[in-house]
Ligand binder design. Structure first.
Ligand code: ASP
Length: 427
């Protein structure tokens, strides 16, 4: 029997899910059980399994990776490169969004602000309430989260930043104690990492089923009718995301990383499909690590440093989306944005995107924060809710793709010549 490669299986599952989602909608049932609740149950189970991997896999990955850097000056150098890459690409993404939303002006239809046409029936009170007391200074809470009072509590709550900082410091000192003890600890974490990779493989065997359920659920509940009035907004976001991922990032890959961008796309396919289906860069992280290491050939030393940090703080797609959404809402309300205000939106989008969690719909709260900072009506968020999920799938894919490009570029700058030299055929 011919065994299809995993990414093909996932792709086929997605296509079938679109058909199934349309056919069943939210109401069709079998023996009194709606198909929708089956999608929800199976998709939820798969997401749980992915999330189950996160804490042990990320901890082991960071610790073995940093231990691999050894005791030279590699630690600081890698850190500096990572931060510079994240800052630059997020800013480029936001500027791309700014350009397209000003060019297309999706918030104005036939010269009339579209807010009135769309109505504002959506209930936004919960999102607005969530954003109370938050502001651009929300950025500072990122630093707060980096130093949790209790590392186990942070792990239990899925606060990745706390786990990352602790693991980085732990590994830094792990290789600086007497070698007898250092070796014992290194062996332990290496073993842990190997086991977690095996469990990841096991979970990934169920990916086609999980992806089918997740995508069918979205299609069944969203459909096309909700998207149509917002087609121009969704199109603007989509175009800008596309520009960032097929022009900006590949150019950086070719010019700075000196690698073939198409090869990288191919290598990253499993992770990109997973990001699209789950709308969560955190849940995709195990697959991102797997694709970047095994398929693109980046060392664990670099990927384990760059990717967990990236999944938490580098969100190009999200930053771009925040900027386009806020300016679209201003346009729809007929509010003219001065250059100063646009600048404020760009900076706040950059800062808040760092604080956005890698979970579905996390941007919405950040958008309310930016609306408030720019003095725009928070209820405007209601305009975009109908298309948020589908755009979430797209922006999460870009978030994950940018992290993976960062890993490749940084690995190349560290002298890893074998990265993307060829695509290893593993599945
Ligand atoms: N869903 C996105 C992610 O996980 C975050 C967002 O923009 O809502 O990357």
């Amino acid at each position: 029997m011919i065994k299809l490669k995993l990414h093909w299986q996932i792709l086929i599952a997605m296509l079938l899910a679109v058909i199934a989602g349309f056919a069943t909608g939210t109401d069709a049932d079998i023996a009194g059980i709606t198909f929708y609740s089956i999608y929800e149950f199976v998709g939820g189970l798969f997401l749980n399994a992915l999330k189950m991997l996160i804490v042990p896999l990320i901890t082991a990955s960071i610790i073995t990776g940093v231990a691999g850097i050894g005791i030279g000056d590699g630690f600081g150098r890698l850190g500096a490169k990572t931060v510079i890459y994240y800052f630059t690409t997020s800013l480029l993404a936001i500027l791309t969004g700014l350009f397209f939303v000003n060019l297309i002006v999706p918030g104005v239809v036939n010269g009339v602000p579209a807010g009135g046409l769309m109505g504002l029936e959506a209930d936004v009170s919960e999102i607005v309430a969530n954003s109370q007391g938050r502001g651009a200074s929300d950025f500072l809470t990122v630093f707060e989260r980096m130093v949790p009072t209790n590392i186990f509590k942070a792990a239990a709550e899925g606060q990745m930043l706390g786990i990352i900082t602790f693991s980085l410091i732990f590994a830094y000192y792990m290789v600086r104690i007497p070698s007898r003890y250092a070796t014992a600890m290194t062996d332990f974490w290496q073993a842990m990492m190997m086991i977690m990779l095996k469990i990841t493989e096991l979970v990934m065997m169920f990916a086609p089923i999980g992806v089918f359920a997740l995508v069918a659920k979205v299609v069944a509940s969203t459909g096309f009718s909700a998207i149509m009035p917002l087609a121009s907004f969704a199109g603007t976001v989509f175009l800008a995301l596309l520009f960032h991922s097929v022009i900006t990032l590949p150019l950086l890959m070719a010019a700075v990383g000196k690698v073939h961008p198409v090869r990288h796309f191919q290598a990253m396919l499993p992770a990109l499909l997973m990001a699209f289906s789950t709308s969560s860069s955190a849940a995709t992280l195990p697959v991102t690590l797997d694709s970047v290491e095994k398929r693109a050939g980046v060392s664990n030393r670099v990927s384990s440093f760059v990717l967990p940090l990236g999944a938490t703080i580098n969100m190009d797609g999200t930053a771009l989306y925040e900027c386009v959404a806020v300016i679209f809402i201003a346009q729809a309300y007929g509010i003219d944005l001065s250059l100063g205000l646009q600048f404020l939106i760009v900076t706040t989008a950059l800062l808040t995107s760092v604080g956005v969690a890698g979970v579905p719909a996390a941007s919405l709260v950040a958008i309310v924060v930016i609306l408030a900072a720019a003095g725009l009506p928070a209820e405007g968020i209601g305009l975009i809710l109908a298309v948020d999920r589908i755009l979430d799938m797209c922006r999460t894919t870009v978030n994950v793709f940018s992290d993976s490009c960062g890993a490749v570029i940084i690995a190349r700058s560290e002298g890893e010549d074998s990265v993307l030299a060829k695509i290893p055929d593993i599945r």
